[in-house]
Design a protein around this ligand. Structure first.
Ligand code: ATP
Length: 980
């Protein structure tokens, strides 16, 4: 599948606007402020007349042309550029292309979304990486994609033959559409008639027409095919370039059969000619534009998860494997129940044939004329007669009676034989009923409980997978959404997978038995129904099923978002109330729920269409059977009973095939729901990103102890990280050193947070790090805890690079009290003992005393058993902080790291705690060897042995608090101005 997308008259620039348009009057020709280098290879001369350079910048496709504005007459001039998304998860490339002489040169961008590629720090320009494309990425003829390290710049060229690619997905991409006249156009097109899609995900923004009101941004699809432009992100978010103008889509123009689906935009004016502010509109060419009205759109959450690849059938079935014994047992019962059910048509056909045969009719007529009280034909129904064996006078006639005439005797005997036959069939049917009922009960019960078992296991696996993920993962994935995956998505998968499997097998057996029975009755009739029916119904299932699967996945995504919105807003209800945002929140939630309903409605429509067409096909088949069958009956080829039995089997067959296709549809739904689950289970959506990388918290399998000294320790870090599994002997010296640490957060790899940070936290020391808000103080603690890794430099504990150490062990050595005191909905005791669930009550009390919490805990209604509420809602901020300090102390850490841990404490309480901490530090019996304070408070700074002042990620002052009086303490002095 090829894609060629042109961005015309459009600039793609960085959000921070440092990029500039290099090419006069040209659209997407932007480069960052750094220069583009020359091509690394020598392209063939006819492809060299225009050179585009690619520049990897966080979150931006940056494409630059360094040639003059004159257009080339060569229509197929292309160069490649390479770009990486902000989180470095997209490997893509772009090409420049000159379309014709008279118009602006166009730039074609085509790319591959490869989120599971880790940033190749060591990569250099031109390095090739094979991309395991996924999601919307489709077949590509370009086999390699280059990833480049952030902030490097280079230019490339490639021959035309290597071009052509796949669909185009972006996360974190900012696109500004505007040329110098304020008229931006974004053009998507496929010259070769293939299908293309544009996807913009997470935090992408589409900024339109900054300077012009009248001729807004345009999405132009110049292709004659069904291109899709899908925008699932913040669109026209009112970026800096908008000069306060309302971003618009009103002039959006789709010139061909395009489909613009703006599913989660935050600020869109719905429109297009004919669109107005409606939910849905069509432009002049009949293109569908779906966009929300402004109010709805503004209520939309800004992000949407990237698309997932539906898991393979074998992967889905692997979920069932652990329970295969139960499933086989259920299957056995199902087969029994189905076989019993399938005896009915045969028995009924038999009854009809017996009763409608000439001899039977003669016997019945003679019997009735001889014994019936009236001649109105209203005798006792023979079947009832046979089954209950009563009522009729014939039943009371004694055949041994000498008075009975021979003719009458024969009639009575024949009639009794008939009765016997009916009775035997009746008994057979009764036993089938019983067996069928038991089989149905057993199979249903086993299937249901097995389904629940599989669901429970899946939830456990998923939770275990999620809890192992690093901090960055949770920064990107919202808690409410993840919770929803655990509940709704798992339920969907189990519901559709297990129940559909049961359904599928039941109907498969039914269809096969029916087809076999039909073949026995009439092979000719069977052939005429059993060949076209599955083909037609299978076709319906394939067509509608694909859509059902797609929209089910989307619906679940949005549903997950709605859960997140609800949980987050309920969690922050006081903020919602204090800002008077109840109405806005209601609208926000309604918008998400409406979006979910939109998808659910589509699923319902496709399901309805499927059922409708199945009904049509099924009944058409039955009708033809009846017509052909009656023809055969008339010609004496089959009996009426056979025809009746055949028709009943045909109904079973039709029904079974319809349900088989529905079960297939259900399986597709399960696949749709399972895509995201498997992504999460297998870590495919891991935000592996450049800049500062995150640390995996996966528990290492084996640990070893390294020497307590620096000697002999490998300093080559790269190989150390992978197999880090060491601990230190208990007598180690807990001196911590930051050596030339450089750091930026993975989500913003180009924004330096710490640069060349070097300091030591000595054994026995109370060290304070202070500085302006946002200067990077908390980031130091995050690095120490190995929530993130430095980009450069290293952090050592007792001279050992912390990346050599087992991460769980390392964290057990540092008692962290974070800036936000987080408590769980549990008792005081359980909260304090969280890090050491085996702690005795006395130890908990002791820790609380050390943290100055004991007294207030005793005043709580149930003292240590008082439940503190979700996030500690039932106690004060200062009390929460003290419980958090107690929790950290109870784990007996060697190093205590307190990040603004006393910010909510009153002066005397804080002073008391500082004194206790000093005593703990000096006590030989206690484990704590050093304390790191992150603080703004003068009282804390004064209590510390040394103070480091951080400014913009650099340590600018260091010394004791007394440096306030020295010239050396300039920065501290400035910081302390107005500070108590
Ligand atoms: N998870 C994150 N992802 C991206 N950027 C972050 C993240 N956490 C913090 N930052 C940014 O890093 C910078 C330093 O943050 P940090 O929390 O270290 O500052 P700080 O000095 O502790 O501030 P404060 O005194 O306000 O707590 C800030 O500009 C912040 O916006």
């Amino acid at each position: 599948m090829n894609l060629l997308c042109r961005v015309v008259g459009t600039r793609i620039i960085r959000g921070d606007r440092r990029c500039e348009c290099r090419h006069h009057g040209v659209g997407v020709v932007v480069s960052s402020s750094s220069s583009s280098s020359s091509p690394p290879s020598s392209p063939s001369s006819h492809q060299r007349s225009r050179r585009f350079s690619g520049h990897v910048v966080g979150g931006v496709v940056s494409v630059a042309s360094s040639s003059s504005s004159s257009s080339s007459s060569r229509p197929h001039l292309r160069r490649r550029c390479y770009a990486v998304s902000p989180s470095n998860i997209i490997a893509t490339h772009a090409t420049g292309r000159v379309l014709n002489q008279r118009h602006h040169p166009h730039v074609h961008i085509h790319g591959e979304y490869a989120p599971n590629i880790h940033p190749p720090h060591a990569a250099t320009c031109g390095d090739d990486y094979r991309v395991n494309a996924r999601s919307t990425t489709t077949t590509t003829t370009t086999t390699t994609t280059t990833m480049m390290p952030p902030s490097s710049s280079c230019s490339f060229s490639s021959p035309l033959s290597t071009m052509a690619s796949a669909s185009f997905s972006y996360e974190g991409l900012s696109i500004y559409t505007s040329d110098r006249r304020g008229r931006g156009r974004m053009v998507s097109g496929c010259n070769d008639g293939n299908f293309s899609r544009w996807h913009f995900y997470h935090s992408s923004s589409f900024h339109t027409s900054p300077t012009s009101n009248d001729d807004g941004a345009k999405f132009v699809d110049s292709n004659n095919n069904n291109d899709k432009i899908k925008i699932n992100s913040e669109i026209a978010h009112g970026g800096q370039d908008n000069d306060g103008m309302e971003p618009r889509f009103q002039d959006t123009e789709l010139t061909t059969n395009s489909f613009l689906d703006v599913t989660s935009a935050s600020s869109i004016v719905a429109g297009g000619p004919g669109g107005g502010d409606d939910d849905e509109g069509k432009n002049r060419d009949g293109n569908i534009i779906i966009a929300r009205s402004r109010e709805q759109s503004q209520s939309q959450p800004p992000t949407s998860p990237p698309p997932t690849t539906p898991p393979s059938v074998s992967k889905m079935l692997s979920l069932l494997y652990p329970e295969y014994k139960s499933l086989l047992a259920a299957l056995g019962f199902l087969a029994v129940a189905t076989s019993a059910t399938m005896q009915f048509p045969h028995a009924i056909g038999q009854i009809i044939d017996i009763l409608s045969s000439t001899s039977s009719r003669d016997i019945i007529d003679a019997y009735h004329s001889a014994y019936a009280p009236s001649s109105d034909g209203g005798g006792v129904p023979p079947m009832m007669d046979a089954i209950d064996g009563a009522a009729s006078p014939i039943a009371t006639t004694n055949l041994d009676d000498d008075d009975v005439q021979p003719q009458q005797r024969r009639l009575l005997e024949q009639h009794q034989l008939l009765q016997e036959e009916m009775r035997s069939i009746g008994l057979q049917l009764t036993s089938y009923f019983a067996v069928g009922a038991f089989g149905t009960f057993a199979s249903s019960a086993i299937f249901d409980s097995t389904g629940e078992r599989i669901g429970a296991d899946l939830r456990k696996r998923l939770f275990a997978a999620l809890i192992q993920r690093d901090l960055n993962f949770f920064a990107i994935n919202r808690a409410g959404e993840l919770a929803n995956r655990l509940s709704t998505d798992v339920h969907e998968v189990v519901e559709h997978l297990v129940h559909n499997m049961a359904y599928f097998l039941y109907n498969l057996i039914r269809a096969l038995t029916a087809a076999a029975s039909m073949a026995v009755i009439s092979p000719a009739l069977t052939a005429c129904i059993s060949v076209p029916l599955p083909v037609l119904l299978g076709g319906c299932a394939a067509f509608f099923g694909e859509n059902i699967r797609h929209y089910t996945g989307r619906q679940l995504d949005v549903l997950a978002r709605s859960t997140h919105v609800a949980t987050e807003r309920f969690g922050g209800i006081s903020t919602v109330l204090s800002f008077g945002q109840r109405g806005a929140e209601q609208r926000r939630y309604s918008a998400v729920v409406e979006a979910s309903y939109g998808y659910a409605r589509r699923v319902a429509i496709y399901e309805g269409a499927f059922w409708g067409s199945s009904y049509l096909v099924g009944h058409a088949a039955l009708l033809s059977v009846l017509m052909l069958g009656s023809h055969q009956v008339l010609h004496g080829e089959i009996s009426p009973g056979h025809l009746a039995g055949f028709c009943m089997y045909a109904i079973h067959l039709t029904d079974a095939v319809v349900e088989l296709s529905q079960a297939t549809g259900g399986f597709l739904r399960a696949q749709g729901s399972g895509g995201r689950l498997f992504d999460l289970l297998e870590g495919r959506d891991d935000p592996a990103v450049g800049g500062g990388s995150t640390t995996t918290t996966t528990t290492t399998t084996s640990t070893s102890t390294v020497d307590g000294c620096d000697d002999g320790i490998e300093r080559d870090l790269a190989p150390l990280v992978a197999g880090a599994a060491a601990t230190l002997p208990s007598s180690y010296d807990p001196t911590i050193r930051f050596e030339g640490v450089e750091f930026s957060y993975p989500t913003h790899p180009n924004r330096s947070i710490l640069s060349d940070t070097t300091f030591t936290l000595r054994n026995g020391e109370m060290l304070a790090v202070t500085g302006l808000s946002g200067s990077g103080k908390s980031s130091i603690v995050s690095l120490l805890m190995r929530f993130y890794e430095p980009n450069a430099g290293r952090i050592t504990l007792n001279g050992n690079d912390v990346r050599r150490l087992d991460v769980d062990w390392l964290r057990s050595q540092v008692g962290l009290v974070g800036q936000e005191p987080i408590l769980f909905h549990a008792s005081v005791y359980e909260n304090v003992a969280y890090g050491r669930p085996d702690a005795t009550r006395d130890e908990v009390v002791e820790a609380c005393m050390a943290a100055g919490a004991h007294r207030f805990v005793l005043e709580l209604p149930d003292q240590y058993d008082t439940v503190v509420g979700g996030r500690g809602a039932n106690i004060s901020g200062g009390q929460k902080q003290r419980l958090c300090i107690a929790r950290a102390l109870l784990t007996k850490p060697r190093i205590l790291a307190l990040d603004e841990a006393s910010s909510a404490l009153d002066g005397p309480t804080e002073k008391d705690i500082l004194l206790r901490l000093r005593r703990l530090l000096e006590s030989k019996e206690n484990s704590i060897s050093s304390i790191l304070f992150i603080t703004h408070k003068k009282s804390v700074l004064r209590a510390c042995d040394r103070v480091l002042v951080l400014s913009k990620g650099k340590i600018v002052d260091a010394g004791d608090f007394g440096m306030l009086d020295d010239a050396s303490g300039d920065q501290l002095k400035r910081l302390m101005e107005g500070n108590k």
